[in-house]
Ligand binder design. Structure first.
Ligand code: C2O
Ligand code: CU
Ligand code: CU
Length: 489
């Protein structure tokens, strides 16, 4: 955040603060998105219906949203390695939509990028092969120039991949009992309590930033009763632009998995910094405590810090979710040590190195680029290596099976970089080794000063007709052109 935004953001902020104090007084029940469990077998096609809806975030007002088989967000899809998922994605939201499977190792032809827009009234029927191991993935709008608003309005959901190892692992896995998925988002509400998406020409640099924390479509704080023993939280930062810092009220966070799968072993940390698009799985030990709180700092990536802190008198940390122990026995195993076989990434295996510079303002003419967005991008398009996203230009051509180093740098502020069609390992992040919890399989890397480097291999094909994307996952940056396209052949 920069100072300029503090001033222009002050009107929206006062709504948010009113929402906060109300919210902090009465905890709501954690909504459990319906589980669509396909691991036991699939009967016919799998419908995902994208439609406009009305949704109550828990403040009594009715907000206009988009839902996927629901009033807001989508189901939790649970599938198994080796399956092919026959989706029927139908769109009735009133405009075109592309729906991308973020994290899946799948060919470009079913990836759901901006070249695969589903017209209003149409249905897209990709057969999505699940070849990767157990991992927490998600799906969200990826419509050219409209990703930020459509995702904000509710076009997102979770796709869990399980494999033989994860299904037999000694871990909590009863959905809604000791295994929960949490979609964290920041929202703005107007004086009537309705969700709004508001950007001015001044705030494009930071993307959308709301002051109210929402979990699974309900305003925090939330509460959930759980059995004693270990409880598993599978967490997605689905904010458009905010980095979040997570911690527990009591004890360390025990991180067991990142974007692309299990870590080598459990990593205990005081806090986890999560960018938009990142996923982490954590275990909370409820065997000897009555309650514990998952805490979220909404200004996780803010180096200057202190803005909300000054308003709240010294702390920006909110309780997102309070777990209260109900005395049931629940999962009785112990905290796992070894989780997966993962050797450290070896940079000498790479045969190709590519460099990407993320750029905030190129001065390139937005009108000429036909962005749908008007003035949210400020004076000029954002870009990578001097080139704002262009649907008709392939930026990189990658050979299938090669190991490559991708080196990403920025000219300022913190950006979360994402690559389609793969999982990678982080070699360095901002010039140093990444924190232990980010040393496993990832598809997101933080980029700030200096550069970050990842070691990546692409195993599936993407042609010029349906190329893969790489981009900043601050969705307003993506929409404003901080994105490129590549093929894998
Ligand atoms: Cu999560 Cu290209 O996106
Ligand atoms: Cu993706
Ligand atoms: Cu960015």
């Amino acid at each position: 955040m920069n100072r300029r935004q503090f001033l222009v953001g002050s009107t929206a902020l006062s709504f948010g603060l009113a929402g906060f104090s109300h919210a902090q007084s009465a905890a709501r029940a954690l909504p459990l998105p319906p589980l669509m469990d396909l691991t036991g077998g699939i009967d016919g096609r799998v419908p995902l219906m994208l439609a406009p809806s009305n949704h109550d975030f828990g403040n009594g007002a009715i907000s206009q949203t988009f839902g996927i088989n629901s009033t807001y967000l989508g189901p939790v899809i649970r599938a198994r390695q080796g399956q092919t998922l026959p989706f029927d994605v139908s769109n009735t939201i009133g405009e075109g939509v592309a729906l991308h499977w973020h994290g899946l190792h799948i060919p470009g032809s079913v990836d759901g990028g901006p070249h695969q827009e589903i017209e209003d009234g149409a249905t897209w029927s990709p057969d999505v092969p699940i070849v990767q191991h157990a991992s927490m993935n998600w799906f969200h709008s990826h419509t050219h120039g409209k990703t930020a608003r459509q995702t904000y309005n509710g076009l997102a959901g979770i796709l869990l991949v399980e494999d033989d190892a994860s299904l037999s692992a000694d871990l909590p896995k009863t959905y809604g009992v000791d295994d929960f998925t949490l979609i964290l988002q920041d929202k703005a509400f107007n004086g009537a309590g309705e969700m709004i998406y508001q950007l001015t020409g001044e705030v494009f640099e930071d993307g959308f930033q709301g002051e109210t924390l929402v979990v699974n479509g309900a305003i925090a704080p939330l509460t959930q009763a759980v059995p004693s023993g270990l409880v598993r939280l599978r967490i997605l930062n689905a904010c458009n632009a905010r980095f979040l810092t997570l911690s527990l009220a009591t004890g360390p966070l025990s991180v067991i998995a990142s974007d692309g799968g299990f870590l080598a072993s459990t990593v205990d940390v005081e806090s986890v910094l999560m960018s938009p698009g990142e996923r982490y799985e954590v275990l909370v030990d409820m065997s000897s405590i009555q309650s514990n709180g998952l805490q979220v700092d909404l200004d996780g990536g803010d180096n200057e810090g202190g803005f909300l802190a000054s308003l709240f008198g010294g702390g920006t940390t909110l309780t997102a979710l309070t777990l209260t122990q109900n005395g049931d026995p629940g999962f009785q195993g112990s905290m796992p040590n070894r989780l997966a076989n993962l050797s450290p990434p070896n940079r000498s295996e790479a045969t190709v190195t590519r460099s990407f510079e993320l750029q905030m303002d190129t001065g390139a003419d937005l009108a000429a680029l036909a962005f749908a967005w008007g003035n949210i991008c400020g004076d000029g398009a954002m870009a990578i290596n001097g080139q704002p996203m262009n649907m008709d230009r392939i930026d990189e051509e990658v050979r299938k099976g090669d190991k490559e180093i991708w080196r990403i740098s920025v000219d300022d502020q913190l950006h979360p970089f994402h690559i389609h069609g793969c999982s990678f390992r982080i070699l360095s992040q901002q010039g140093a080794a990444p924190p232990a919890y980010a040393q496993g399989w990832k598809d997101m890397v933080h980029v700030e000063e200096g550069w970050s480097e990842v070691l990546v291999r692409f195993d599936h094909q993407a042609t010029a007709e349906t190329p893969y994307m790489y981009h900043c996952h601050i969705l307003e940056h993506e929409d404003c052109g901080m994105m490129g396209q590549f093929t894998v052949t």
